[in-house]
Each structure stands twice: as structure tokens, then as C-alpha cells.
Ligand binder design. Structure first.
Ligand code: FES
Length: 266
């Protein structure tokens, strides 16, 4: 992991739609190698406070790597050729080398799981959608378009990889928890807490939730991202050990208030 600041620039900007929300994919110049789930801390020149933000890394490119920005973030206002500063990749990937995870998300947070799909790291994708976008399992073509599933993954759709949409959270949790191996989650705080309540204690080590709290430095320096440590320690630095953390490490009563909602970026 690189902690030093790299001066860089945007090589390209592409608008994309993921689960009905608008984002932009930015190719950033640099020597950037990463695992799905890691992120770049990135500062733009358009931010008047010069505060950096974490941006999920989604793919390696010939001259760097690309990150995703939603419409509310500073980077979204930038264009090809603009200069930026970054440090990272930061964080720890929750994916295992020899086993594909189940991914589960609601549409507003689906973009956080997109990097796992672009890397081919998904056995099953479960979407919890009360927006009326539910699709039947046999309507996989519209599902793939809605979710912008990469071509390489579409070919596997009739094999082990599958997409399912559920109208409520409990059904989503049941479907995810009956699968062997890791589950990787991106949900709004209330839904994440409900999912955790339906997860048996024995499975909480293998269900990883994206922790949507503020990250200011990204290098374990400001203590702004810390969760309470159940063992009474100094706290858990989400910017380094996360941002995907096992449910067994999260205390929703103590830390739930610091989690931010993923508001629709439509
Ligand atoms: S963001 Fe500063 S310690 Fe984690």
C-alpha cells in the first residue's frame, strides 16, 4: 500500500448506469495494482476544502486504474486532463483466493460490489430491491443490462453464476446465508442491521459488510473511521482493515449512528 501522495491526472471519464443510478468511471494515471474491495483516497482541485474522499477501484487499465464516483462526489465534476492527487490503494479485500463469494446489495449501494463483478469474483449476485425493478430469474438479459454486468460474467450466467432479485430483505438474507463461503454485502445501515439480526452468530465471521462511515486520511492517522473494539482495545481502523468488515466486528448499537445512508444517485 502506498501512503505517499501521488500527483496524477484523469485520462478518461465515462458515464455509466448501475442499477438505475448514474455514476462516472474515471481512469487515473499511475502504477496502481489492487484487489477488489480496495479504494483510492483521492483529492480533486475542485474541492474548496481540499478534503480527500475514498473512491472504489474497479479495474486495472493500461496506464493506471479506474475508480467510480457518484453524482454527489467532487470527482464527478472533473473531466479528462484534470489534475488530481491520490494515495493508495488502501483497505483490505474481503475476497478469498480460492472461493467465489456471494454478493448481496440494494440498488443504491450496488456500485460498491461492482468491482467484484468486473474481477469475476462472484458466484451469486442477490439484489434486494423494493423500487419495483424486480426481475424474474428467467429475465436475465434485462437484469444484466440493469446491473451493467460485464460481458465476461454474462457468459457464465447459465452456469454457476446467477442473479436473483428479492422484494424484501429477509428473503435476501435467507438466500445468501444458505450458501457456503463468504457473503459480501452493501446495504443501507437499517437494512444492514436487519441482515445482521438474521445472521446466526456462527456465520458472522464470514459475512462482510461495507462500512459506510467517514474516512478522512485513509492511513490510520486521524482515528476518524474507528469502530468500537468489542475486546476493549483502541478501536478498529476501517480505512485499513475494511472498508468491508465481518458482521462479528460490528456493534450496531454503538457504531450504527456513524454509518451513512447511500442515497439514490439517480
Ligand atoms: S480515515 Fe483516518 S484513521 Fe481511518
Amino acid at each position: 500500500m502506498k501512503n505517499f501522495v501521488t500527483e496524477s491526472r484523469i485520462l478518461s471519464r465515462t458515464e455509466i448506469s448501475l442499477a438505475g443510478r448514474n455514476y462516472a468511471e474515471f481512469e487515473i494515471a499511475g502504477d496502481i495494482t489492487f484487489e477488489p474491495g480496495q479504494y483510492l483516497m483521492l483529492r480533486t482541485n475542485t474541492c474548496k476544502h481540499a478534503w480527500p474522499c475514498p473512491y472504489p477501484l474497479i479495474r486495472k487499465t493500461e496506464h493506471g486504474a479506474s475508480v467510480l464516483a457518484d453524482t454527489r462526489q467532487d470527482l464527478y465534476q472533473c473531466w479528462e486532463g484534470d489534475t488530481i492527487q491520490y494515495w493508495g490503494p488502501r483497505g483490505t479485500s474481503p475476497a478469498e483466493k480460492d472461493s467465489l463469494p456471494v454478493l448481496a446489495a440494494e440498488p443504491a449501494a450496488y456500485f460498491l460490489l461492482y468491482p467484484f463483478l468486473t474481477a469475476g469474483l462472484c458466484r451469486k449476485l442477490l439484489i434486494f430491491d423494493t423500487d419495483g425493478n424486480a426481475f424474474e430469474p428467467d429475465d436475465q438479459i434485462s437484469a444484466m443490462r440493469f446491473l451493467n454486468i460485464p460481458c465476461s460474467e454474462q457468459e457464465k450466467i447459465s452456469g454457476e453464476f446467477s442473479v436473483e432479485c428479492f422484494p424484501d430483505l429477509i428473503q435476501t438474507a435467507k438466500a445468501a446465508l444458505k450458501e457456503p463461503g463468504r457473503v459480501i454485502l452493501a446495504l443501507n445501515p437499517k437494512n444492514a442491521e436487519a441482515f445482521a439480526e438474521h445472521t446466526p452468530d456462527g456465520q458472522k465471521d464470514s459475512v462482510f459488510l461495507y462500512i459506510s462511515n467517514k474516512k478522512a486520511c485513509g492511513i490510520d492517522s486521524c482515528k476518524g473511521c474507528y469502530l468500537h473494539d468489542r475486546d476493549g482495545g483502541m478501536g478498529i481502523n476501517v480505512c485499513c482493515k475494511g472498508p468491508f468488515m465481518p458482521l462479528s466486528m460490528i456493534d450496531f448499537e454503538k457504531d450504527g449512528k456513524s454509518l451513512e445512508e447511500f442515497i439514490s444517485a439517480k
